[in-house]
Write a protein that binds this ligand. Structure first.
Ligand SMILES: *[C@@H]1O[C@H](CO)[C@@H](O)[C@H](O)[C@H]1NC(C)=O
Ligand SMILES: *[C@@H]1O[C@H](CO)[C@@H](O)[C@H](O)[C@H]1NC(C)=O
Ligand SMILES: *[C@@H]1O[C@H](CO)[C@@H](O)[C@H](O)[C@H]1NC(C)=O
Ligand SMILES: *[C@@H]1O[C@H](CO)[C@@H](O)[C@H](O)[C@H]1NC(C)=O
Ligand SMILES: *[C@@H]1O[C@H](CO)[C@@H](O)[C@H](O)[C@H]1NC(C)=O
Ligand SMILES: *[C@@H]1O[C@H](CO)[C@@H](O)[C@H](O)[C@H]1NC(C)=O
Ligand SMILES: *[C@@H]1O[C@H](CO)[C@@H](O)[C@H](O)[C@H]1NC(C)=O
Ligand SMILES: *[C@@H]1O[C@H](CO)[C@@H](O)[C@H](O)[C@H]1NC(C)=O
Ligand SMILES: *[C@@H]1O[C@H](CO)[C@@H](O)[C@H](O)[C@H]1NC(C)=O
Ligand SMILES: *[C@@H]1O[C@H](CO)[C@@H](O)[C@H](O)[C@H]1NC(C)=O
Length: 492
């Protein structure tokens, strides 16, 4: 089924799954048929909070197109809170905020659609939104109809002022299901994104009513800084007080202990991306982006697209990392090693981790995450990659390594700078992949080198992966059986 937010899963890949894979779970169908791979887009909140308006939206929308983000799949533009007037009309309908949107929401929605983008709206399953605007609790049908009448395609649905209707999974699920049903009754396709901060463990119940659900308090633009507003530590699997101001390492810690129920059309949401906002180093943003992609979180940028540095632009457009995010398997990596180290950072944080998982065509992904304060050599054997059993046949095979951050893969700073200053059309930029032209699934099928990564040698059967990993940095590889899974496919 052709659908919004990601190509549909190729039927034939199920054959490969069945024949080639030992560990990947087969993808099942999304509750509403949408978001067959994790949704991608851009949201106002991280960079503008509530201080955005029509020109903010249209400027960034234009950049999504001209910088090639749309054709990488970043298609939804989310108006995050403060869309309306403070009061409903006499008959109960929401009223678009006239001061912020002088042309009217309908006109802006039309312009987004003309750009080939999607129109994303926001509300809260409560009396008010988090910003104090009218919430949709009790108004689900009316509000869904209003959004649908303007051609909205996506709803981010928050959890503020929920009138105490939380505390058990049933209370939360009922409240969120009311909107799921209301969206369905409009007859219009809506990708439905729950923003309930992991409250009442949505990873256990939301996949039958929504396309994604947040697992933690709001992200902040920091690698490891603890805040009192994010009260639960990274290893507290279930947080009653999710809060906000959670660091990348805090959110990854929470994600590590949630059994993934990812399937085509449902994703654990680690919150929006901070890449481009200046609070982290280049290596830290690479960790953030790589891990969000490999865990199959939605990838929603939250930056100012007219202020991107070449380095940040090259991160967000990295085709080999996006090919892992948009892999047809939708299978998330899991954490197999976590170990405290002595070299703590200024916040007292210091750990090394290994994350790994399977991809649709039998490839593997392995990530060495060095969240220690010094650069270090990390290593991990193929036996460990394949479950610790020396006799595992995959561990005895040789694997080609492809570095997803290698210099044949990432757009160079020079090229990125030329695209950003308008002297080079992105479609002609070395390192750019046009996923509107050739879907991720097809590009992977064709072993497009941009999607596979930069060749980085071969590990012999029973051998060990090893890399020097920078401070607060990552080494992420795609592993492909030596001789090529392409060859295996031809034999089928
Ligand atoms: C909204 O309605 C309340 C009463 O329901 C009223 O007190 C308030 O002045 C109204 N605010 C605006 C901005 O119209
Ligand atoms: C409700 O009121 C608004 C604002 O006055 C108006 O635009 C809209 O048509 C009304 N809707 C219905 C269903 O009466
Ligand atoms: C939107 O905000 C920008 C920046 O604050 C401002 O310059 C512009 O006039 C505003 N436009 C509208 C339509 O409010
Ligand atoms: C509404 O739900 C029904 C039953 O699950 C489904 O067949 C239909 O496609 C849904 N419609 C929309 C617009 O999501
Ligand atoms: C951690 O690394 C940074 C950057 O190299 C350095 O400035 C700092 O002194 C190191 N140690 C601590 C405890 O922050
Ligand atoms: C990648 O780096 C290597 C070694 O520094 C260099 O020889 C090669 O030309 C670079 N390739 C690209 C595409 O930048
Ligand atoms: C654009 O950026 C490139 C690379 O930094 C630089 O060589 C070129 O002079 C810039 N052109 C303009 C018009 O700013
Ligand atoms: C790429 O460059 C060629 C000329 O070298 C030009 O004809 C073409 O239109 C350019 N493509 C894009 C997408 O700008
Ligand atoms: C991507 O390919 C499509 C289809 O060929 C084309 O319309 C679009 O302009 C391309 N995008 C970029 C950024 O070059
Ligand atoms: C992948 O390749 C196989 C075999 O060549 C083909 O049957 C299948 O349609 C391809 N799938 C995609 C998504 O391109």
């Amino acid at each position: 089924m052709a659908s919004k937010f990601g190509s549909s899963t190729a039927v034939s890949s199920c054959l490969f799954l069945a024949l080639l894979l030992e560990t990947v779970g087969a993808a099942s169908l999304s509750y509403n048929g949408l978001a067959q791979t994790p949704q991608m887009g851009w949201d106002t909140y991280n960079a503008y909070a509530l201080a955005y308006n029509e020109s903010t939206i249209l400027t960034n929308a234009e950049r999504l197109v001209s910088l090639g983000f749309r054709d990488l799949g970043y298609r939804v533009v989310i108006f995050d809170d403060a869309m309306t007037e403070l009061n409903r009309s006499a008959n109960g309908t929401l009223i678009a905020n006239a001061a912020k949107f002088p042309s009217g929401l309908q006109s802006i929605a039309n312009q987004l659609h003309d750009y080939g983008l999607y129109f994303g709206v926001y509300s809260s399953a409560g009396k008010y939104t988090c910003g104090g605007y009218p919430g949709s609790l009790g108004y689900e049908t009316q509000d869904a109809a209003w959004w649908a009448s303007m051609g909205a395609d996506y709803l981010k649905y928050d959890n503020c002022y929920n009138e105490g209707l939380s505390g058990t999974p049933k209370l939360s699920q009922d409240r969120y299901a009311a909107m799921s049903n209301a969206l369905n009754s409009t007859g219009r396709d809506f990708v439905y994104s729950l923003c309930n901060w992991g409250d009442d463990k949505p990873w256990e119940w939301a996949s039958t009513i929504a396309n994604s659900a947040r697992i933690s308090g709001d992200i902040q633009d920091s690698f490891s800084m603890p805040t009192t507003s994010c009260p639960c530590g990274p290893d507290e699997y279930y947080c009653q007080l999710p809060g906000y101001g959670c660091s990348v390492m805090n959110i990854l810690g929470k994600a590590s202990s949630i059994r993934s129920k990812n399937q085509a059309g449902y994703y654990n949401d680690l919150d929006m991306l901070e890449v481009g906002n200046g609070g982290m180093s280049y290596d830290e943003y690479k960790v953030h982006f790589s891990m969000w992609a490999a865990i199959k979180s939605p990838l929603i940028m939250g930056n100012k697209l007219d202020q991107l540095s070449p380095e940040d632009y090259a991160i967000l457009t990295n085709p080999a990392v996006l090919a892992i995010s948009q892999d047809p398997s939708v299978s998330a990596v899991s954490r197999t090693v976590t170990q405290q180290v002595d070299d703590k950072d200024a916040w007292g944080f210091g750990e090394v981790q290994v994350w790994q998982g399977s991809l649709s065509n039998g490839d593997q992904v392995v990530a060495f995450l060095n969240a220690g304060n010094n650069s270090r050599t990390m290593s991990y054997s193929l036996v460990d990659v394949f479950g610790g059993l020396r006799t595992n046949t995959n561990a005895q095979k040789s694997w080609d390594l492809f570095d997803v951050w290698g210099n044949h893969t990432v757009m160079s700073t020079e090229v990125a700078a030329q695209v950003l200053n308008g002297t080079l059309a992105v479609g002609n930029a070395t390192g750019y992949y046009n996923a509107s032209e050739t879907t991720w699934a097809t590009g992977l099928n064709q072993s497009n080198p941009l999607l596979i990564g930069t060749p980085a040698g071969t590990v012999q059967g029973g051998g060990t992966l090893q890399a020097e990993v920078p401070r607060h940095g990552i080494q992420m590889w795609r592993l492909r059986q030596a001789g090529g899974s392409g060859k295996k496919r031809d034999e089928l």
